[in-house]
Design a protein around this ligand. Structure first.
Ligand code: HEC
Ligand code: HEC
Length: 278
């Protein structure tokens, strides 16, 4: 099967942008705060005029789960992470709270990641595991395991509502270029790139799914499909498997570069962590 065959089943929702779908007029309002789900595309995103949160493409029923933290199943995992945060672990006898007393102090961090430190590009998972191994004497958590996704949700939600804003110049530039290259590179048996679906065909139906722009401002996201939080890299992996490509390694340079590039495509959209998706 090639892209033509796959997209043959795609149906268009309408002519006027997202207007034909219930989603566009919907407001993502949580506790009286309206989150930015649509913005003018940043200058470095050449082929889009507007950028849209994935929330706009979900059914009214799925959207509703994100409007109230009591209905949002992602908060079960945020609550577990609050317990984990003050749990002593490792040879130094410390918990996260021993050094970071108030988790609220992480406000502002989520929208700026990944970022360059030294010669490396680091994601939030790296920062957390670095504290575990170097400062706590504890085992690193698995990149997309439950403890890690819970903690990235807890730290991420402190920035909810803030606009995505990663640095892409200076030392970040080569990583960004690499991420961009990967975004447009056709791979797998279906010979498709991320852009073939999320840039060329967003707002269309692919089988039973309404295609979004593949933005990452809502991650980690609660997937109704498997009833747990899904990391950014796990989602990338899933999309690569769907086009029958050999996925890159979670936490590896390829996915981190792709994460930086895709985060830069969301500039101005609000952090929605933890979002809810089907
Ligand atoms: C022994 C002290 C200590 C412990 C324990 C510790 N950290 Fe840290 N952490 C630091 C220091 C020091 C830094 C670097 C300076 C800073 O940003 O506060 C840091 C940085 C971070 C950052 C990056 C913050 C930023 O704004 O750049 C995150 C995220 C983080 N820690 C999360 C955690 C989590 C989650 C835990 C528990 C699993 C933890 N840390 C445990 C001391 C600690
Ligand atoms: C064959 C089409 C297709 C390709 C190619 C594809 N995806 Fe996806 N992707 C989907 C579908 C379908 C979904 C679920 C509905 C949606 O949000 O678009 C999805 C969802 C996502 C999401 C979650 C968006 C959200 O708001 O929850 C991200 C992120 C994503 N894709 C990234 C990627 C990346 C990175 C690539 C390239 C490595 C890629 N996708 C390639 C079809 C595709």
């Amino acid at each position: 099967m090639n892209i033509k065959a796959l997209l043959a089943g795609i149906t268009c929702f309408g002519v006027a942008g997202l207007a034909a779908h219930a989603g566009q007029d919907a407001k993502l309002s949580i506790d009286g705060e309206v989150l930015t789900t649509q913005a003018a595309a940043p200058a470095h995103t050449e082929n889009l005029d507007e950028i849209y949160s994935g929330w706009l493409f979900r059914s009214g029923e799925t959207q509703a789960l994100q409007l109230d933290d009591f209905d949002n199943p992602g908060f079960v995992f945020v609550d577990q992470a609050i317990d984990e945060y003050s749990k002593v672990d490792g040879s130094a006898g410390k918990s996260c709270a021993s050094c970071h007393e108030n988790v609220e102090d992480f406000a502002g961090l989520r929208p700026t990641l990944p970022r360059v430190e030294g010669a490396e590009l680091v994601s939030m998972e790296d920062l957390i595991n670095n504290c575990r191994t170097e400062r706590m004497g504890a085992e690193p958590w698995k990149w997309s395991g439950g403890k890690m996704t819970g903690m990235t949700a807890l730290i991420g939600v402190q920035s909810r509502g803030l606009p995505m804003s990663v640095a892409i110049d200076g030392a970040a530039a080569p990583f960004w270029e690499k991420g961009k290259e990967l975004y447009y590179k056709r791979v797998g048996q279906l010979d498709m790139s991320c852009s073939n679906c999320h840039e060329d065909n967003y707002n269309k139906m692919i089988r039973a799914d309404h295609l979004s722009q593949g933005q990452i401002n809502g991650f980690p996201t609660y997937r109704l499909k498997n009833a747990k939080l899904n990391s950014i890299h796990a989602r990338f992996k899933g999309c690569m498997k769907n086009i029958r490509a050999q996925p890159f390694k979670e936490g590896g340079d390829e996915f981190k570069s792709l994460e930086l590039y895709i985060a830069s495509r969301a500039e101005g959209l609000a952090v929605e962590t933890p979002s809810v998706r089907n």
